[in-house]
Design a binder for this molecule. Structure first.
Ligand code: DOR
Ligand code: ZN
Length: 352
């Protein structure tokens, strides 16, 4: 039985770090294990221009604990007023690694997102020219479309037409939650990839709704039926380099989650690697974990994998904290519903 796993240090290709006190509290949870992360721009107000991204990057860099090696990979929030020249300049200086498309109203702080996709054509064309990836929140917002169908409908009615109209555009389908998402990646070429979260490999919609409503399992896109979770597990553990980890770790205070109108998001940064080791072991694919967390993402983004190593060890489960404390209040850590035998070797993580 495998007891120890040595991986190249992983990266997180989709992360919410927030700002201010929340940023200071959650950043160490990622920087402890991950070398780099694609930082989501859905702040209030959003990170729209290169100037916004530079200022946000400075705030993140200032919050990195002493002695900890972590690089934030910045993104711009695409709006109907985004200037293609600003995007190109931000890429040319190495400031941004991607642009994020939120359909207006699809999720947390997406009000400034895109309503009319024709209006962003010039930006998308420019991005195709310069090879800058588009990270897509793939859900339609039409109120007549059932929330469990919103990803599949988006692929057919929005994403596929955009990709056909913009040859060469490199696209990451963020946090896919459906078999349709997996199949769409598999049917296409190397310009298309998808991130998969930790929690969507663990929960299906029953976990949210059966036996009482579980606000800490509510996220967007919402977890779907079991057949979709199984398709995601098959894709993540397949070794196909078009699938890689993007945790979508999205902290909200317990007060904001456990409310009559609770926020969407699962906070998985602290225990993602132990949970993934458990999932990959269940799928008899531990040998493919390194590809999913450390190799496929950099390859898609045209970056080198990290050279440092991280060690996971398997032992009797320890009791782990169920939340972190922030000055805004407690933030509950994702509960996978099984004991965690795997842990990151503490001698082998960044000192935070
Ligand atoms: O669950 C989610 N939380 N999905 C998103 O798309 C946004 C995120 C957040 O920012 O809280
Ligand atoms: Zn997200």
């Amino acid at each position: 039985m495998t007891k120890k796993l040595i991986l190249r240090r992983p990266d997180d290709w989709h992360l919410h770090l927030r700002d201010g006190a929340m940023l200071a509290a959650v950043l160490p949870e990622t920087a402890r294990h991950f070398a780099r992360a694609i930082i989501m721009p859905n702040l209030v107000p959003p990170v729209v221009t290169s100037r916004d991204a530079a200022a946000y990057r400075d705030r993140i860099l200032a919050a990195i604990p002493q002695g900890c090696d972590f690089t934030p990979l910045m993104t711009l929030y695409l709006t109907e007023d985004t200037d293609p020249e600003d995007v190109a300049a931000a890429q040319a200086t190495g400031l941004v690694s991607a642009v994020k498309l939120y359909p207006a109203g699809a999720t947390t702080n997406s009000a400034s997102g895109v309503q009319d996709f024709d209006k962003v054509r010039p930006v998308l064309e420019r991005m195709a020219d310069i090879g800058l990836p588009l990270c897509v929140h793939g859900e339609v917002t039409d109120p007549s479309v059932d929330i469990f169908d919103r990803e599949a409908v988006f692929i057919e009615t929005v994403l596929d037409p955009i990709r056909r109209a913009t040859p060469g555009l490199r696209v990451v389908m963020e946090h896919i939650t459906t078999k349709e998402g997996v199949d769409y990646v598999l049917a296409n070429d190397a310009d298309l990839a998808a991130t998969i979260t930790t929690h969507h490999l663990v929960i299906n919609r029953n976990h949210i709704l059966v036996g009482g409503i579980k606000p800490h399992y509510y996220c967007l896109p919402i977890a779907k039926r079991e057949k979709h979770r199984l398709a995601l597990r098959a894709a993540a553990t397949s070794g196909d380099d078009r699938f890689f980890l993007g945790t979508d770790s999205a902290p909200h205070t317990d007060a904001n989650k456990q409310s009559a109108c609770g926020c969407a998001g699962c906070f998985t940064a602290p225990n993602t690697l132990p949970v993934l080791a458990h999932v990959f072991e269940e799928e008899k694919s531990l040998d493919r974990l390194e590809g999913f967390v450390s190799l496929h993402g950099p390859a898609f983004y045209g970056m080198q994998p990290n050279t440092e190593k991280l060690t996971l060890v398997k032992a009797a489960p320890l009791s782990a904290p169920d939340h972190i404390m922030t000055s805004e209040g407690p933030v509950t850590i994702f509960d996978p519903g099984f004991p965690l035998c795997w842990r990151v070797d503490p001698d082998n993580q960044s000192p935070t």
